[in-house]
Design a protein around this ligand. Structure first.
Ligand code: NAD
Length: 360
């Protein structure tokens, strides 16, 4: 298969983990006889430094024209001035909106050999297999007005708006129900309907969608209770569908179940067109440039790219199996284990060598 993949390494550890995923994709393409054309562009802080904007029109056009986009992470202290007019995250938000990526799929499952890397008790980590379906192009990250003002006495005020349209809720909950059909047929919709009007609309529409899916066991949960249940009884969840901000926060929390934030991949998809694949973590400025970042979330994102955008299921499974085998054999980066930790490159090599064995 011939495929055009746009690669946006971004900032901080973004280029380090993206390079790891590219090595894995190169190996897959040579082993399976594919031709992946990978074009790199600047995005985020590095793009601001070079072009004055976080995402140029040319980069956006190339992404829209591609079969899939692979993204590292954006942001960092250098661009963190709260008064800055141009910010790295603007590139990400524009990309998601312009590509129509309304759904962010975040699989969270625990590896039996990584239980010691999680601060939670082992018995809570058994049989955890959750798919978080996060709404990605609505809610408080996009709502207007979003502004600051200062009154005559010098008192400052800031406003963000959590806005949801009925069709935005309908399509994401529908997708969650469809995905649940191939899993345990359980969907939990998470909101804050006791307080927020936007959540009350969310709950109303979600209930309507659930009525059209009688085979799905559907329930509603307030976000505060969901935060607790995620660490007290995580194996009770199957598909969890929620809004943009709640999904962002809950998946960082859920990553603790797996031992590290560095382990989790994500796929952002829309109705049609290219998908965007990125780990859930940020640019980790505290470890950037040290060559110690965990590449697993990024490598598993490449597997999701093969599965969802290129329909290469067998190749995706080969990558996932190679990651699992490396963990079985005790390969760990420093976020998972301090002693005898592997560098990013050593971990990548460990995964690639198991990929080769797996295929031949
Ligand atoms: P972060 O995810 O970058 O890091 C949180 C902690 O997890 C840090 O201690 C970091 O070292 C560790 N960590 C993250 N990924 C890791 C990996 N692959 N291997 C080992 N350790 C890892 O979150 P943050 O520190 O809150 O944010 C840093 C910057 O990233 C900010 O500028 C933020 O805006 C940005 N950010 C970007 C994205 C994105 O690009 N999608 C997402 C979240 C945060």
């Amino acid at each position: 298969m011939k495929a055009h993949i746009v690669v946006l390494p971004g900032d901080g550890i973004g280029p380090e983990v993206t390079n790891a995923a590219q090595q894995v994709l190169d190996k897959v393409s040579s082993q399976f006889g594919h031709d992946f054309q990978m074009d790199e562009h600047l995005m985020g802080g590095v793009s601001i430094d070079q072009y004055g904007v976080a995402l140029t029109d040319e980069t956006l056009a190339d992404c829209l024209d591609a079969d899939a986009v692979l993204l590292g992470a954006v942001g960092g202290l250098k661009w963190d001035d709260p008064n800055a007019k141009v910010r790295p995250e603007q590139g990400l938000l524009t990309l998601r909106k312009e590509m129509g990526l309304f759904a962010n799929l975040r699989p969270v499952s625990t590896h039996p050999k990584l239980q010691e890397s999680s601060p939670l008790k082992n018995d809570r980590l058994k049989d955890v297999d959750i798919l978080v379906v996060r709404e990605l192009t609505g809610g408080i990250y996009y709502g207007e007005p979003s502004c600051r003002s200062i009154d005559q006495d010098g008192k400052m005020r800031a406003v963000d708006s959590m806005v949801y349209w009925d069709y935005e809720v309908k399509r994401i909950v529908q997708l969650a129900c469809n995905l649940a059909r191939d899993r345990q047929c359980k969907v939990t919709s998470v909101d804050k309907a006791n307080i927020l009007e936007s959540s009350r609309l969310w709950r109303q529409i979600a209930s309507d969608v659930a009525n059209d899916h009688p085979l799905i066991s559907f329930n509603h949960l307030l976000v505060d209770a969901a935060a607790m249940h995620l660490i007290t009884k995580p194996s009770n969840f199957d598909v969890l569908v929620t809004s943009n901000m709640f999904g962002d926060i809950l998946t960082d929390e859920a990553s603790v179940l797996t031992g590290s934030m560095g382990n989790l991949p994500s796929a952002s998809v829309g109705d049609s067109g290219p998908g965007l694949y990125e780990p859930i973590h940020g640019s980790a400025p505290d470890i950037a440039g040290k060559g110690i970042a965990n590449p697993i979330g990024m490598i598993l994102s490449a597997a999701l790219l093969l599965r969802h955008s290129l329909q290469l299921e067998q190749e995706a499974i080969c990558i996932e199996t190679a990651v699992s085998l490396a963990l079985d054999d005790g390969c760990r980066t420093i976020d998972l284990q301090e002693e005898n930790a592997l560098s990013t490159q050593q971990m990548t090599k460990a995964i690639i060598s198991r990929l080769e064995k797996n295929i031949t």
